[in-house]
Design a protein around this ligand. Sequence first.
Ligand code: HSE
Length: 318
Amino acid sequence: MKVLKVGILGLGTVGGGTYTILTENKAVIEKRTGCSVEVARILDRRKKEGVPEYLYTEDPDEVIACSDIDLVVETLGGIEPATSFMLQAMEHGKHVVTANKAAVAANYQKLTETAAKNGVQFLYEASVGGGIPVLTSIQNELQGNNFLEVMGIVNGTTNYILTKMTEEGADYADVLKDAQAKGFAEADPTADVEGIDVANKLSILIALAFDKYIAPTDIPTTGISKITKADIDAAAAEGCKLKLIAHAKLMEDGTVEASVAPEKIPFAHPLAGVSNEFNAVYITGDMVDELMFYGKGAGALPTGSAIVGDIIKVAKTK
Ligand code: HSE
């Protein structure tokens, strides 16, 4: 049987979820790809129970420059050194799969160009909407459309906080701690609550849906840290829920208007029913009309599921 050797940079929440899926669902992955996907090396100092010690290294070159590895999974998070590691891995002829929205959004052009130049695949489905296969759909089944509008709830932490504040009158700081404990939040949750994580994801959605690169730092961004129970009640009195929305719209002059901000979403709109750590991306195409993708936007296994989907795309080409 063919073998695809995988190196993982960072065995935290998402890297750990990826390892679990590759191990527990090994048989079904083999059946569907005709390829044995084997984790050959892991860069991390922390050792996880159940993961053989001999797989670990503290030297990134043993993953990104090792001739034995076919594909590198980057789940370190943060822009650097993650971006440099991904670029080096591609230059060494390795396919790269990542969940790292900050790195992809900040260095989208450099990463995609380097992959093309080196004839390798660069796949990042897990970077937006966790387990929801929205990027693949935009890049494949929906390619016959001009996209007119994209609206997304794409941060599990803030949607969890807003849901608990709305439904249970919970305190902002308490729910944030709860979201961190559940593994939804970033290492520094400022990126979640101030909308930075959403701006990163919106930059990626815009690049794919509108073929335009807008840097996340150029997207006007407001988070939820100043939202109070009074704001939530005022929205409810108008028949709406407050949701942190990534919003991009094609304007008549061909430009794309983008924003990240809390928006009042009418109770009857499908996005109003998206609760807790669930995410949804609501897309309008000129031919398909309105579509909504819905699923778990954060957490080890949903995000790992998207990473493994990308690994499988590569395994099928082996
Ligand atoms: N912190 C992110 C979230 C993780 O809460 O959605 C998934 O990108």
